[in-house]
Design a protein around this ligand. Structure first.
Ligand SMILES: [Fe+2]
Ligand SMILES: [Fe+2]
Length: 482
């Protein structure tokens, strides 16, 4: 066995899992490979497949200098199987088996549960690539175009990561699941992707930035919980995926921030103080702040549904079994078994939203969602600092968790962004003040004109502070004409 830090780039599939000596799994992956490339070419980015893109590729799995940047045509990207280095003598950190040696093979009694966790995580990875496939045509700069493609190839690699675990540890079942991951399609009527938010459209670049800020952050939380897993190969896989995921968070947060900055600067330059003077602001060719807020309301509420039911036996079982931990389980100071602990859950009761203590084991989805909200607020604060700095009297906020929900405690009720319960009639009357209207979306769509000269940026977004890999502002990140 390799020690897990060297990546072997000799074979068809780069890896640090010793594929050269593992004929069965290598064959399974090599059989899956052509189908993946077909999927990439037909469902991955529309156009640009022959354009060299300045992409990072992993060259190691440590935390420093793990990637190198170079021009690559996307179908030739080296998608590999990369696991974080093994931790010696690791033990199962939580649940009923806490303190026992971490599993290197799948425990029979948890096989079905683990397979399901892998398939659900795996399904989200190609889904987001499908959702984003038309965005290249309207990229606001080559810098942003490159960032989109970086996110896309890495989501492709995350699919490889889950497919490896399925094929290595689940035999024939795993191979069938791996094949099915290439068959479902985001938004399809007949065989949609498994989770709601991954069947929504990402029609414009503000949606893309909101998606990477809000929905990729759900991915980060799920990966962080799975990185704690007592099934060691899953833990190591997710730890390395989190290294890549950090860039997706950056693309989302900095993307929205640049949109906000550009709007605020344009308002100042035009002497407009009132953020709700929408017509005059839109006439400047920038997106008014209330519309940006509506987009945030939409993506936040869609993403909260990904955490599932607040009260969940599946979540309790996943924790008890040692398969899926809590966010930063290793930093938490409790018994890591939660047999007698309680946790507060928000739910509607008699026309009010109340907090009720329930057994902590059954409330793990709620807890992860709370951790997510906390993480999200940090990003919002940074956006608001831009508005503060420019003296604009508007602050981005998160809507109440009861707002616009399809899953869980609040799916049966309607609430406004402050959490006040609404009748169906009140909801219909006010929804366009809280969620993007058709007109809002048409306005945004009208701004989506590509900027393709090196160093050029569309008028609705500010340039980034720094280039990728410290490249200068006019660097040609995508050689479109090649
Ligand atoms: Fe991912
Ligand atoms: Fe991601």
């Amino acid at each position: 066995m390799p020690d897990g830090t060297q990546i072997d780039y000799n074979g068809l599939i780069p890896n640090n899992v010793g594929l050269a000596d593992d004929q069965r799994v290598r064959k399974a992956l090599e059989t899956w490979h052509p189908g993946y490339i077909d999927w990439w070419k037909s469902m991955g980015p529309e156009g640009f497949q022959n354009s060299p893109v300045y992409l990072r590729t992993a060259v190691g799995v440590g935390s420093d200098n793990w990637a190198k940047f170079d021009f690559v045509r996307m179908p030739e990207y080296r998608w590999g199987i990369l696991l974080a280095p093994a931790v010696e003598n690791r033990v199962i950190p939580f649940g009923a088996h806490k303190g026992e040696p971490a599993w290197q093979e799948v425990p029979g009694e948890y096989r079905a549960m683990l397979r399901r966790l892998l398939v659900i995580q795996g399904d989200t990875e190609p889904a987001s690539v499908e959702q984003q496939r038309y965005l290249g045509a309207t990229a606001p700069s080559l810098y942003d175009l490159r960032n989109l493609f970086q996110v896309n190839v890495e989501e492709g690699r995350h699919l490889w990561a889950m497919v490896y675990l399925l094929q290595k540890y689940f035999g024939r079942d795993g191979r069938e699941e791996a094949a099915d991951l290439l068959k479902r399609r985001s938004g399809s009527q007949d065989s949609p992707r498994m989770l709601g938010a991954f069947n929504e459209q990402t029609p414009d670049w503000l949606s893309f930035f909101m998606f990477t800020f809000f929905t990729d952050r759900d991915g980060k939380m799920q990966l962080a919980a799975l990185a704690q897993s007592g099934f060691d190969p899953l833990s190591r896989t997710c730890r390395f995926m989190l290294t890549e995921e950090a860039h997706h968070m950056f693309v989302g947060e900095s993307g929205v921030q640049r949109v906000i900055q550009r709007t605020a600067e344009a308002m100042k330059a035009a002497g407009i103080d009132d953020p709700y003077d929408i017509e005059r602001i839109r006439a400047l060719g920038v997106i008014d702040l209330p519309t940006i807020q509506k987009k945030a309301n939409l993506h936040f509420s869609l993403t909260l549904d990904l955490f599932g039911n607040e009260i969940s036996t599946n979540a309790a079982n996943a924790f008890n079994s040692g398969m899926k931990g809590r966010y930063r389980e290793d930093k938490l100071d409790d018994d890591h078994q939660l047999l007698s602990a309680t946790y507060p859950v928000l739910r509607p009761r008699d026309g009010l939203i109340v907090s009720e203590d329930v057994p902590a084991l059954s409330a793990l989805n709620m807890r992860l969602r709370d951790d997510y909200v906390e993480d999200t607020i940090l990003g919002l604060r940074r956006w608001n600092r831009v508005l503060e700095g420019l003296g604009i009297a508007f602050r981005m906020t998160l809507p109440h968790v009861a707002f616009n929900r399809r899953i869980g405690e609040f799916s049966a009720i309607r609430a406004d962004t402050a959490g006040a319960l609404l009748t169906v009639e009140q909801w219909e009357k006010t929804r366009e003040t809280m969620l993007p209207s058709v007109e809002d979306n048409l306005f945004i769509a009208g701004l989506m004109k590509p900027a393709r000269a090196p160093g050029a940026f569309a008028g609705w977004i500010a340039p980034p502070r720094n280039g990728v890999d410290n490249r200068p502002g006019d660097f040609e990140y995508v050689r479109i004409e090649a």
